[in-house]
Design a protein around this ligand. Structure first.
Ligand SMILES: Cc1cc2nc3c(=O)[nH]c(=O)nc-3n(C[C@H](O)[C@H](O)[C@H](O)COP(=O)(O)OP(=O)(O)OC[C@H]3O[C@@H](n4cnc5c(N)ncnc54)[C@H](O)[C@@H]3O)c2cc1C
Length: 222
């Protein structure tokens, strides 16, 4: 397993519990939008605690970017990342991940599950290929939405914001269930990209297949 020690260049909160990290990019360290790596913090007591995080920058950037949800309710890596700022060091490992763009389709994300899609949408937008893609993004409240303004700018009308604990004008106040998919998706023969908590991915992929989606057209971390 390769290890790359990189310096944190920037670290800032982008929601109440999500922090954006910009870090150095090691030479020749390549990835495809949607992929991830295992990250640890380069401190004696933390360097062996590896956790997976997804790159949110585009392939061409000369830096790497992560957007990381912090769990402050226990002494894990993300709580420690809350105290990690510019000039600290992280250790990056090998690139992995099954999520990558296969063609136009519907992206369904919950919470921090948006991160692989941020990289994919930014890359598609840069190459003028974003047309024909649609995002359904579910969060508990509007405070939890990650990069909402940018996603709106990239996707325009093809951005469906769903808030499960808030019924705000302009957002759909409900859960994504089988009926939601029937009402919001016309064509089940296209690609579907699904990312979020394990149960969310399990439920959504099950509903999609029941509604006629082909397993081979489903893209998720298997
Ligand atoms: C391929 C992949 C890519 C990912 N990419 C991203 C990303 O880009 N951004 C992102 O934010 N996340 C991402 N994740 C999720 C991220 O890896 C986890 O949130 C992270 O590993 C949590 O690390 P931790 O040490 O803080 O928590 P861990 O100790 O590893 O715990 C993980 C989970 O268990 C719960 N938990 C465990 N123990 C306790 C406890 N004692 N009390 C309360 N709760 C507890 C936490 O709430 C959390 O949900 C990704 C996951 C995968 C598999």
């Amino acid at each position: 397993m390769n290890e790359h020690i990189v310096k944190v260049l920037e670290a800032k909160f982008i929601t109440h519990d999500v922090k954006r990290f910009v870090v150095e990019r090691p030479q020749g360290y390549d990835f495809l939008p949607g992929q991830a790596t295992e990250v640890s913090i380069n401190l004696p007591e933390w360097k062996n605690q590896l956790r997976p995080f997804t790159f949110t920058n585009i392939k061409e950037s000369n830096y790497l970017e992560f957007m990381i949800k912090l769990y402050n309710d226990h002494e894990g890596v993300t709580k420690q990342l809350g105290k990690t700022n510019a000039n600290a060091e992280l250790i990056l490992h090998d690139v992995f991940g099954a999520i990558q763009y296969k063609g136009p389709g519907v992206f369904i994300a919950a919470g921090s599950g948006i991160t692989p899609f941020i990289s994919i949408f930014r890359e598609l937008y840069k190459h003028n290929l974003i047309k024909g893609n649609r995002l359904i993004y579910v969060n508990k409240t509007s405070e939890d939405i990650i990069m909402g303004q940018e996603l709106q700018r990239l996707l325009k009308n093809n951005f469906v914001n769903v808030l499960t604990r808030e019924a705000t004008v302009g957002f759909l106040g409900r859960r994504i269930d089988r009926n939601f998919l029937i009402e919001n998706i016309v064509d089940f023969s296209q690609h579907f990209y699904v990312c979020g908590p394990d149960d969310f991915v399990k439920d959504i992929t099950k509903y999609l297949m029941e509604l006629g989606a082909n397993f081979d057209s489903l893209v998720f971390e298997k």
